[in-house]
Design a protein. Sequence first.
Length: 308
Amino acid sequence: MNTLPPGGVIPELFHGLFDDAAVFPPGNLPVVDAVPAHRLHRTAWYTEAVGPLLCGAGRLGELAAAVANSPETAAIQGRAAGADGSVAAGGRPLKVGLVLPGGSTELAPALAAAAPFELAGVELATRDATEAVAALDRLLPPDVPAAVELPRELLRGDGLDAVLDVLVDSPYRAKFRTGGLVAEAFPDEDELAAFLTGCARRGLPYKCTAGLHNAVRHTDPETGFEHHGFLNVLLAAQETDRTAAAAVLAERDGEVLAKAVRSLTDRQVTVIRNSFTAFGTCSIAEPLGDLAALGLLSSPSPLHQEDR
């Protein structure tokens, strides 16, 4: 992976938007490679756009070993590194978002295993929002944010309102899956609009994950999957009307979306980012490249495929 020169500008709308999900499908970058790649993101001109490195609970030991054995850690060993060497470039702990696909039973052991890192957040998958909130209330340090994800089949019809009502009375965000490895993993515009507007009406923040690393809605030419665009989601995040949100999500013209982004006021940007806080992407350079191509990002040089 080539580093990119300094000098770019990241608009406020995109600050911290791209959580680094490089080790998750479909990217599946080995953890030993994901650590130095994330460190490069953290020192690159676009660092303001980058969130934490996401890691599943079952791979924290692998992550600690990769950090401890990295050349960067060896260079600072004895100065800023801890006993296990779990530090990032510059002597600071690696900022990690903890993903718990196994539910709240994973929470306590995962928190203990994540002790060497700077815990940026917890993402907890569950089938019971009330139980998940109770577990987070009991075990999560008060300064650590969390997001709760329920299966999409439980968020249809009255189930969506019931779950969002539980979360809005908690300190935690919602999390919604916007794609995956099969066509059925991708919600259509109306289903996603129902989630977005349900959150917007309640003032409930959320993050998204999977299938969202391109800026504009499109059909993947290889798989035929219908991918949502993260610009579509950003713009739809300010809508409280489901039909209006679905129309924004359906837009496939990048120039139309780019024009709408350029017309946003500072207040609208604040509203949008208070709602849609981040999404996981296995590529950091790909969404940045899309933004640069649409003229929404001032980058110091083109983002080539080899930078991804």
